[in-house]
Design a protein around this ligand. Structure first.
Ligand SMILES: Nc1ncnc2c1ncn2[C@@H]1O[C@H](COP(=O)(O)OP(=O)(O)O)[C@@H](O)[C@H]1O
Ligand SMILES: N[C@@H](CCC(=O)OP(=O)(O)O)C(=O)O
Length: 374
């Protein structure tokens, strides 16, 4: 049986408020209609909806400030209104929806990540549209994703999505912020999201938005590595979702990397905390980044942190640049003893049989400038 394609659609505050300072119902009706068309075409939409803070601000005095505590209060007020509105609009089509409020802590831990993934899978199986937002009311800075662009790329991984659609107030990524640079031009396709591209992206366009174009590029980069195509397009454009699916929308498409990753690697991409790091020589970096090899003890020149077997660690190059993340086969005490050793020497030094690799290639994902190089 052909798998139904899952499309994650992120709706920025700029789209949901239509540039005003409160939720714009006609705009939301329009999105609902488009989602229902998408569903009739056999796709499964998952929404990542911003707008809780904007809805909360509209419900109380507009003079409430922008401190973290005040924004959390506004989100607590607004989230209920936001989901209520979505629910009543989708109900016009007898379409059930579900609310999921996530934080980074929900994906950092592998058990919680699998739990969130199972919930989304069940919802989709039962033809329910999940509507996700960050749990702003309780998320502290340590456990926050921080912006819904990055959250949407994590949701796309959790939902095993085919496409991530970031709808905003611009038709895509321009060569500079089009608000301040009227001569900037639209970039229609991007292959590699490198530092020079990130430098084109500025901050949010409105006081209610978070992150601007920069966080959209971060999200596209995560999705790209997970084998998911990302498209940035303008939410106000009539039938924009249909146009994106048909490939006719004015937009920026970030092509996906070829090899879709299996489950554990996708989780590694979603940004679990690392318990330590190893620093590797040029040969080891080349072996894991160009030959798809496992990381051997021989290439490890330094290490840091206190980690146990099976923990996530960072693999860094000699300039301390992040190369990869992976699940380590030794604890930090063992690692200190075996670094620089040939694999055959490890059991002799430790005094017991042990893995002959430090991080197996199946437990490793390349990151940043190294991503996509195998
Ligand atoms: N290079 C760029 N190309 C397009 N938009 C950019 C760029 N740099 C900054 N921006 C700004 O990013 C804004 C969209 O981000 P944001 O305000 O966070 O919207 P949303 O609420 O949809 O997430 C645009 O209004 C634009 O002003
Ligand atoms: N979670 C917040 C939105 C955070 C956010 O990233 O906003 P935006 O840049 O408008 O997508 C809210 O619901 O107001």
């Amino acid at each position: 049986m052909k798998k139904t394609k899952v499309i994650v659609i992120k709706l920025g505050t700029s789209v949901l408020t239509a540039g005003t300072d409160k939720l714009n119902k006609p705009r939301m009706i329009d999105i609902v209609t488009q989602c229902m068309t998408l569903k009739q075409q056999g796709y499964q939409p998952v929404l990542v909806s911003s707008g809780a803070v904007a809805a909360g601000r509209d419900a109380v005095e507009h003079s409430v400030g922008v401190s973290i505590a005040e924004k959390q209060m506004l989100a607590a007020i607004g989230q209920g209104q936001l989901i209520h509105l979505w629910q009543s609009l989708f109900a016009l089509y007898d379409q059930p929806v579900a609310q999921l409020l996530l934080t980074r802590a929900d994906v950092e831990d592998r058990g919680r990540y699998l739990n969130a993934r199972d919930t989304i899978t069940q919802l989709l199986k039962h033809q329910v549209i999940p509507i996700v937002n960050e749990n702003d009311a309780v998320a502290t800075s340590e456990i926050k994703v921080g912006d819904n662009d990055n959250l949407s790329s994590l949701v796309a991984i959790l939902a095993n999505a085919d496409k991530l659609l970031l709808l905003t107030d611009q038709p895509g990524l321009f060569t500079a912020d089009p608000r301040s640079n009227p001569t900037a031009t639209l970039i229609s396709e991007v292959e590699q999201i490198d530092q020079s591209l990130m430098a084109l992206a500025g901050g949010a366009g409105s006081k209610l938005g978070t992150g601007g174009m920069y966080t959209k590029l971060e999200a596209a980069r995560t999705a790209q590595r997970a084998g998911i195509e990302t498209i940035i397009a303008k939410g106000a454009e009539p039938q924009v979702i249909e146009q994106v699916m048909a490939g006719t929308a004015q937009s920026t498409t970030f092509v996906r990397f070829d090899a879709p990753l299996e489950g554990r690697k996708k989780w590694l991409l979603s940004g679990p905390k690392s318990a330590g790091f190893v620093q590797c020589d040029i040969g080891a970096v080349a072996a894991i980044s160009h030959q798809g090899a496992s990381l051997l003890a021989k290439g490890i020149v330094a290490m840091g942190g206190e980690f146990a077997r099976g923990d996530v660690i960072e693999i860094r190059d000699l300039d301390d640049q992040l190369v990869a993340k992976g699940l380590v086969a030794f604890d930090h005490r063992e690692m200190d003893q075996i670094k620089r050793l040939h694999s055959s020497e490890i059991p002799l030094v430790l005094g017991y049989p042990a893995s002959n690799v430090v991080v197996h290639r199946d437990d490793l994902v390349l990151l940043d400038v190294y991503a996509g190089s195998v």
